[in-house]
Write a protein that binds this ligand. Sequence first.
Ligand SMILES: Cc1ncc(COP(=O)(O)O)c(C=O)c1O
Ligand SMILES: [Zn+2]
Length: 412
Amino acid sequence: MFTELVCIVCGRSYPPGDHQTCRVCGTDGILDVRYDYDAVKPVLTLGELARREHTHWRYLELLPVRDGVRRPPLHVGWTPIYEVPGLAAAVGVRRLFLKDDGLNPTSSLKDRASSVGVAKALEFGYAAIACASTGNAASSLAGMAASVGLPAFIFVPERAPEPKIAQLLMFGATVFRVRGTYEQAFELCRTACERFRWYNRNSGTNPFLVEGKKTAGLEIAEQFTTGQMLDGSLPDWVAVSVGDGCTIGGITKGLHEFKRLGLAKALPRMIGVQAAGASPIVTAFAAKADLVPSGADTLADSIAVGTPRNWRRALAWVRASRGAMIAVPDTDILDAMRITARLGGVFGEPAGVAGVAGLRAAVTKGLVAADATVLAVITGNGLKDIRSAVEAAGRPHDVRPDINAIEAIVRR
Ligand SMILES: Cc1ncc(COP(=O)(O)O)c(C=O)c1O
Ligand SMILES: [Zn+2]
């Protein structure tokens, strides 16, 4: 029940169709997908949702994908929420929950977006899909495209880590390693999409992808509303890591839509978390000013974004939720990796657990009260970045095959 696309800068409206950004405002003019909520409301009731498949397609009326369009068959979404009392005590809040989006098919929240991107490429009749990325967006696109037999072309910068390239190649994507920066890889991808008529799954600016990410917000709202966790209420706060800003913008939009359908009452406030070495959105939030590009120096590679593309929408949504933006040093992110795994049993990559690190910092600063209830979204699995995991977790004990050697260590 997708009605139009509206430019978030100038307000120009575009009919549903194959658009990337506003024709007048250029790449700044991100298009927001609008729906006829009055038409969706009588259809998407809690009773109807209870009968639907447990994937993110359960919210089809709130996605820009027509019923009947071919979609990747992989199981995306409806990821679990766990309560983690030990971790709650360590970060200093009354109750803490984790939503583990590392459990998606290619192990990150990006599958929610790539599945919608691939469905749109098929709907628009493209013979191939492309993106420029080193990380989860690329591996997710490669996996989703492989599942429907759509060729994928991925542009990676020269410094892209070998394990991530291996994942792309394994899914059969054609990988172009561009001798240049990420920006150059991004531009080359855009030009190639125009020349060869490939669909551009460009994370920051494609209007449809963020709608896929939105389903994490819809799920959070539905899981708490229908679950016993907080007697049908939503948590006071939701913490999410921020790179380009699409994820937090999308999740917040999803939460608001659930309320708009009359299905939730009070909504959570959002905590957006960036790494201190790449925190231009935190700076813009604090200064109440436009974004100034920053450096991008952090081990959390998935959020190492100095020139985010969706900052306007991220800031608007965080403000609308009376939320906060916070930056954390890499040492805090490594610490969050350890405690989330050891006290919660969930192993996230650095960007995956940055929300936990930011929550802890927000409690220390008094932004989040000690009696608060909080959900942190774990956006990516820890096996994605083994180097950081080894750095966070340390080394094993090297021993002789001798019980006395074991005893010496156990008794220490
Ligand atoms: C694991 C993980 N967490 C968080 C993010 C941040 O999302 P966004 O760039 O939409 O702000 C990303 C995006 O690359 C990611 O891969
Ligand atoms: Zn515009």
